[in-house]
Structures are given as structure tokens and as C-alpha cells.
Design a protein around this ligand. Sequence first.
Ligand code: SAM
Length: 227
Amino acid sequence: RLSKRLTNVSEYVKKLGTLADIGSDHAQLPIYLVQNKNVSKAIAGEVAKGPFQVAKSEVESHALEDKISVRFGDGLEILAPHEEVDTITICGMGGLLIGNILNEGIRQKILSKNTRLVLQPNNAEKELRDFLQKSNYEIIAEDLVEENHKFYEIIVAEYSEKNIQYTEIERTFGPLLLKEKSSTFYKKWEAELKTNKYIVEQLKNSKNSEKLKVTQKIIHQIKKVLS
Ligand code: SAM
């Protein structure tokens, strides 16, 4: 069974198109999408030998070799020159790593401006939004999923000619998540508030004044957003 996190990710993948899932691990997401006929063809990319082998055998055991191409390589380099996909998913990695993978793709002119990005960072969501803004990607949808006592943000972005400008608060909390302010949003940020208050208590006796300042700033921002 596909996790709630990846099920929600799957809903933002362009229907009936092609998909590249980078860091696919067990290739669960492309297998699910092809089986449910939401995508016609998929590429599963992996940079680690173990997961690459697992992805390959999973695709074979589902007899989907004609629909899913499992490829070994770093980030978007697994795409052939001019090979355009409708959606790229990058899930379950740090936000900085996701940004680096996309940045390399832009630098090497592999990432097409027509491709939708569906990203699920495990952390550094603000830094990923900083990168998207800098690279002229507009956030067209966002989602927040709670599963096994963890919160996962999903960010869907498309290239835009518009001048994309989000405020710092929007890049921290998500411009669309902020608009919606769902009950899960309150739950996540109340938990974050508690964690950061605890960190401040711990830092009060240490000399790490920079970290203390940063933590106090985020506490201030969370309180403002939740009020
Ligand atoms: N995407 C799946 C998910 O969300 O459940 C798997 C997430 S798993 C925690 C992260 C995977 O990304 C690992 O299998 C790792 O080998 C792969 N990975 C990390 N950096 C990568 C890169 N630069 N290019 C391709 N795959 C990468």
C-alpha cells in the first residue's frame, strides 16, 4: 500500500503524461501511477546501487518494464538530451538536496520549462522555496500531510515568466498553506512552537547566541502566524 504522503504526491502529477521520479527507491510512486493509469510512461531514477536494484526488480515483478524505465544516475542526468517529461517528482529528501538536483538540471539545460515539479522535502522547506523563487518557479499548489506523527509538506511548482515574489513569511510557511491554514497546519506549527521554545530554554545557558537569535525569530513568526 502506498503511504498517505506518496498518495497525496500522486494527486499532483499531470494526468496521462510522462513522469520522472528522482530518488525513486522502491519505485513505489511510478508503479502506483502507471497501474492507476494516471501516467502513461515513467522513469525511475536512483543514484544508489541498492535502491536501483530494488526498483528494477519491483518493476519487473509487476511486469511493467515496457512502461517504467529504471535508470541509474545522479539527479536529472538520467534524462536523455531533449527528453521532456510532463512531471518530475522528487520526494523524501532534504530541501537543500532537492534544490541542488534542480539547480544542476537548470545549469545543464536538462530541466524543461514545461515540466511541472512536485516536491516533498523532509526539511529546509523555506530554503527550497527560496530556490524556486530565485529560479522563477511559481508555487501552484501546496499540501501538508500528517503521517505517523510526522508532517510532510508537498510543493507543486511550474516555471513562470512572471516576477515571482514571496515574502519571508510565505517562504517559511508556504504561501498557499498560509492562505488555507488547515487544522493540520495549526497542529504542525503548534508542535514547532513547542520544539523551538524548548530549544530556547536549552540555549539560554550556552554561548550560541546566533542560534538563539534564529530560534527566537522563528518563535516570533510562528506566534504571529498562529494568532
Ligand atoms: N522518493 C521515495 C519516497 O519519497 O519514499 C524514496 C525516498 S528515499 C528516503 C531517498 C532516495 O533518494 C534514496 O533512495 C537515495 O538513494 C535517492 N537519492 C539521493 N540523492 C539522489 C540523487 N542525487 N539522484 C538520485 N537519487 C538520489
